[in-house]
Write a protein that binds this ligand. Sequence first.
Ligand SMILES: Cc1cc2nc3c(=O)[nH]c(=O)nc-3n(C[C@H](O)[C@H](O)[C@H](O)COP(=O)(O)O)c2cc1C
Length: 141
Amino acid sequence: MTVVEGIVEHGDARGRTIGFPTANLPLAGPGIEDGVWAAQVRIGSQDRAVAAVSVGRRRTFYTGEGPRLLEAHLLDFDGDLYGRTMRVELTSRLRGQQSFSSVQALMEQLHRDVEATREWAAAHCPWLLGQGRGATVGQSH
Ligand SMILES: Cc1cc2nc3c(=O)[nH]c(=O)nc-3n(C[C@H](O)[C@H](O)[C@H](O)COP(=O)(O)O)c2cc1C
């Protein structure tokens, strides 16, 4: 299992406008292949959640060498994670990166990714689902 840990950075905010906000981590060097994963996430030292995670260059929006990022869409979670330490365990690979012909097509795939992540979590860590709403995380600054 691959683990990535870092300080959450701001994205382009496009994720919020299409209904899939993400907490982004910079990726140092190679070592992780591009793809989409079901992941467990730890924020700070205690809070845990499940996330659908993308590692890649957002080829739908950037032609050529866009920045390589890890983007985590946390399930059942609303807080602002900017500036917090996030540890991501890339547990189950769902698919490779794709370049979609429209934002609509990307969104439809993201819905399927979230559904697959939810199914994976229901089988492996159901206690992490349905948590996070109204939690104190992200409200401390
Ligand atoms: C689960 C997941 C899968 C993704 N898969 C792809 C993909 O296959 N191709 C792509 O171009 N972008 C993919 N993305 C990245 C989205 O394009 C990106 O999150 C969105 O544009 C928002 O970007 P922003 O956070 O920089 O605003 C994925 C994002 C998530 C959360």
